[in-house]
Design a protein around this ligand. Structure first.
Ligand code: FAD
Length: 291
C-alpha cells in the first residue's frame, strides 16, 4: 500500500525508524528491537540505508524491511540513497525490493562519504525520485529539513528544491529531527506557501545521552533550545536521569505536535525499544484521541 494513503483519514500517523547493524552479526539485535516495536503498533517502520552513511547496505535494509512487511505484517519504507550508486545498481536494488513486496521507498541523495568518489548518475534526491517514478511500481517519500539542509544556500532555496522533489513524485515527506516545535511550524508554513501539500511527518529523536545528541547536532545542525540545554547540563553525570528527562522532553514535543494537528510523528528509535515503549506509553491516549 502507498504510505501516503495512511494520511487520508486525517489521523495522526505514528511511525518508527530503525537502522541496520554496522556488522552482520548485530542483525539479531535489530530483529529483537523490531519485534518489540511491532507490539507498539506503529503505522509503519522505516529502515535506513547505509549505517552512518557508510555505503551500500541494501541487502540488510531489504531483509529487515521484508521481515517487517512479510512476518510482522506491518507497512515499511526502505530508505535508498543514490550518491554512491549507478543506475544499474539502483535497478538491481529496486528489483530486489520488488521481489519482497516492498513498494515504499524514501528516496535520498545521501551524504558524501570520505574517500568515496560520488557516482555521476544522480545528483539530487529529486533525480532518484523521478527515476523511480518513471520506472513505476513504487511509491516515493522524501526527506525535508525544518532548520534548512546544511548545504542549502538559504531557507527559500531549500524549499524551492523540496518542491522539485515533490513535483518529481514524492507524495510524503519525513523531517529531519528538531527539538523546538516552533521551528517545525514555521517550516510547515513555508512549505504550504510554496504549494507543497503532501503529508509531512515530524521527525523526533529522544535525547538519551549527551554524546549522542552532540553527534547528531554536528551532523545535521539542529538547534538546542535553552530548556533542553538545561536538562543536558543538569543530568549529564546521571545517564538514567538524562535518558528519562530526554524521553519526557520528546513526549512533550509529540503532545504539542498532535494538539497542533500535524500529519504524523516519526520517531528515530536509535534501535532502542525501551525508549520507543516509554514514548509510546506516554503519548498513547493522545495519539488514540487523534484517530
Ligand atoms: P536532496 O533533497 O538532494 O538535497 C540535498 C541538498 O541539495 C540540499 O541542500 C538541497 O537544498 C539541494 N538541492 C536539492 N535539489 C536541488 C536541485 N535540483 N538543484 C540545486 N540544489 C538542490 N542518509 C543515508 O545515508 N541513509 C538514510 O537512510 C538516511 N535517511 C534519512 C531520513 C530522513 C528522514 C532524513 C531527513 C535524512 C536521512 N538521511 C539518510 C540523510 C540524508 O541522506 C542527508 O541529509 C543528505 O545530505 C541529503 O539527502 P536528501 O535526500 O535530503 O538530498
Amino acid at each position: 500500500m502507498n504510505i501516503a494513503d495512511l494520511f487520508e483519514e486525517g489521523k495522526t500517523i505514528f511511525s518508527f525508524e530503525v537502522f541496520p547493524p554496522k556488522k552482520e552479526s548485530g542483525i539479531e539485535t535489530v530483529y529483537d528491537t523490531i519485534e518489540k516495536l511491532t507490539d507498539l503498533k506503529p503505522d509503519f517502520i522505516s529502515v535506513t540505508y547505509g549505517a552512518g552513511g557508510s555505503g551500500v547496505t541494501n541487502p540488510i535494509t531489504k531483509d529487515i524491511c521484508s521481515k517487517i512487511k512479510n512476518e510482522y505484517k506491518l507497512e515499511t519504507i526502505a530508505h535508498l540513497s543514490c550518491i554512491n550508486n549507478t543506475k544499474d545498481e539502483i535497478d538491481k536494488i529496486l528489483e530486489e525490493l520488488k521481489k519482497e513486496g516492498i513498494d515504499n521507498i524514501l528516496a535520498l541523495r545521501g551524504d558524501r562519504v570520505e574517500g568515496l568518489e560520488p557516482k555521476k548518475d544522480f545528483t539530487y534526491a529529486s533525480d532518484l525520485t523521478k527515476y523511480i517514478m518513471d520506472k513505476g511500481g513504487f511509491h516515493v517519500s522524501g526527506a525535508c529539513y525544518p532548520e534548512v539542509h546544511m548545504e542549502a544556500k538559504d531557507a527559500v532555496d531549500d524549499i524551492k528544491n523540496l518542491k522539485k522533489k515533490v513535483d518529481a513524485g514524492a507524495d510524503h515527506l519525513i523531517s529531519q529531527l528538531f527539538f523546538d516545535n516552533r521551528v517545525f511550524y514555521d517550516f510547515l508554513e513555508r512549505a504550504r506557501i510554496a504549494d507543497i501539500n503532501v503529508p509531512i511527518e515530524a521527525g523526533i529523536m529522544p535525547v538519551t545521552s549527551k554524546s549522542q545528541i552532540e553527534r547528531m547536532v554536528t551532523m545535521c545542525g539542529a538547534s538546542i533550545p535553552a530548556s533542553l540545554s538545561r536538562i543536558m547540563q543538569r543530568y549529564e553525570s546521571n545517564p538514567e536521569a538524562l535518558r528519562d528527562a530526554g524521553i519526557a522532553y520528546a513526549i512533550n514535543q509529540i503532545i504539542d505536535l498532535a494538539a497542533n494537528g500535524v500529519d504524523g510523528v516519526h520517531i528515530y528509535t536509535m534501535n532502542n525499544p525501551y525508549v520507543a515503549r516509554k514514548i509510546t506509553e506516554g503519548v498513547e491516549s493522545v495519539v488514540k484521541h487523534n484517530r
